[in-house]
Design a protein around this ligand. Structure first.
Ligand SMILES: Nc1ncnc2c1ncn2[C@@H]1O[C@H](COP(=O)(O)OP(=O)(O)O)[C@@H](O)[C@H]1O
Ligand SMILES: [Mg+2]
Length: 214
C-alpha cells in the first residue's frame, strides 16, 4: 500500500509550517508509522532539524528526509512513497507553483494559521489553490493564546467560510521551538507537557480523517 501524503501549506511565512511538519513527523514516528518528510523549501529548515535529529539520536532516528524541488517531486514521489506509511511535505512561503505541485500530490492539506485577522486574510491564496485542486483541507490554529474573544471571532469567521477547522489547536508554547533545537519533537522532549498532549490529539484527529481512510 502506498503512503498517505499530507502537505503542510500556507503562503504566509512564519505561520508554523515547518514546526507542524517536524512535530507531526516525530509523533507519527513514535506511534510506529514509517515516516518520510519532504522538504521543498529552499530555506531548508526542516532539513536542518533532521540533521540535528541525526546528531541527537544517531541510528535511533527512523525518520527519512528527502530534499527536492516541487517539479521533481512529481516524478520522484511515486517511486519512494511505497516504502512509507505517511509522507509530510513542508512547503515554502510565497511560492505558488511549488506549493501547488505538493498540494496536487496530497491526500490531505494541513494549513497552520495564527489567530489574527491579518493571517485570516493572508490565507486566501492558499485556500484558492486547495479548492482549485479539489483537495481536502484541515486548518490548524497555531500559537493560540489562552482563551480570548479574538479566538472566538476568528473561529466564527472561519466556520462562516465553510472551512474544516481542526478541533485541536496548538498553543503558543516555548517547547515547540526548544524541542526543535535538538532535532526532537515535543512528544520526545517533554512527553508529559501540554504541547505533547496537543500534538497527540492532532495526530488522532488526522488519523481519523475520512480522506485518509479511503
Ligand atoms: N505553537 C508554537 N508555539 C511557539 N512558537 C512557535 C509555534 N509555532 C511556530 N513557532 C515559532 O514560530 C516561528 C515560525 O515557525 P515556522 O514553523 O518556521 O513557520 P513557517 O515554516 O510557516 O515559516 C519559529 O520561530 C517557530 O519556532
Ligand atoms: Mg518553514
Amino acid at each position: 500500500m502506498s503512503a498517505k501524503i499530507i502537505t503542510i501549506a500556507q503562503h504566509k511565512g512564519g505561520a508554523g509550517k515547518t514546526t507542524l511538519t517536524a512535530q507531526l513527523a516525530a509523533a507519527f514516528d513514535q506511534a510506529g508509522f514509517k515516516v518520510l518528510m519532504v522538504d521543498v523549501d529552499p530555506q531548508g529548515s526542516l532539513t536542518e532539524w533532521h540533521k540535528m535529529r541525526s546528531q541527537t539520536l544517531g541510528r535511533k532516528n527512523k525518520i527519512t528526509l528527502f530534499q527536492t524541488q516541487g517539479w521533481k517531486l512529481v516524478r520522484e514521489l511515486p517511486r519512494i512513497q511505497r516504502e512509507f506509511d505517511f509522507v509530510f511535505i513542508d512547503t515554502p512561503p510565497h511560492a505558488e507553483s511549488e506549493s501547488s505541485i505538493a498540494i496536487r500530490l496530497s491526500d490531505l492539506v494541513l494549513m497552520p494559521m495564527q489567530p489574527s485577522p491579518l493571517d485570516v486574510w493572508a490565507c486566501a491564496p492558499t485556500i484558492k489553490i486547495i479548492m482549485q485542486e479539489k483537495k481536502p483541507l484541515m486548518l490548524v490554529m497555531n500559537r493560540l493564546p489562552p482563551k480570548s474573544k479574538l479566538n472566538d471571532t476568528i473561529k466564527d469567521k472561519l466556520s462562516g467560510m465553510n472551512i474544516h477547522l481542526a478541533k485541536t489547536s496548538l498553543g503558543n508554547r516555548v517547547s515547540f521551538a526548544s524541542s526543535m533545537l535538538q532535532g526532537l519533537g515535543v512528544i520526545e522532549f517533554e512527553p508529559r507537557g501540554h504541547a505533547a498532549e496537543e500534538i497527540k490529539a492532532l495526530l488522532k484527529e488526522i488519523k481519523r480523517h475520512k480522506e485518509l481512510k479511503k
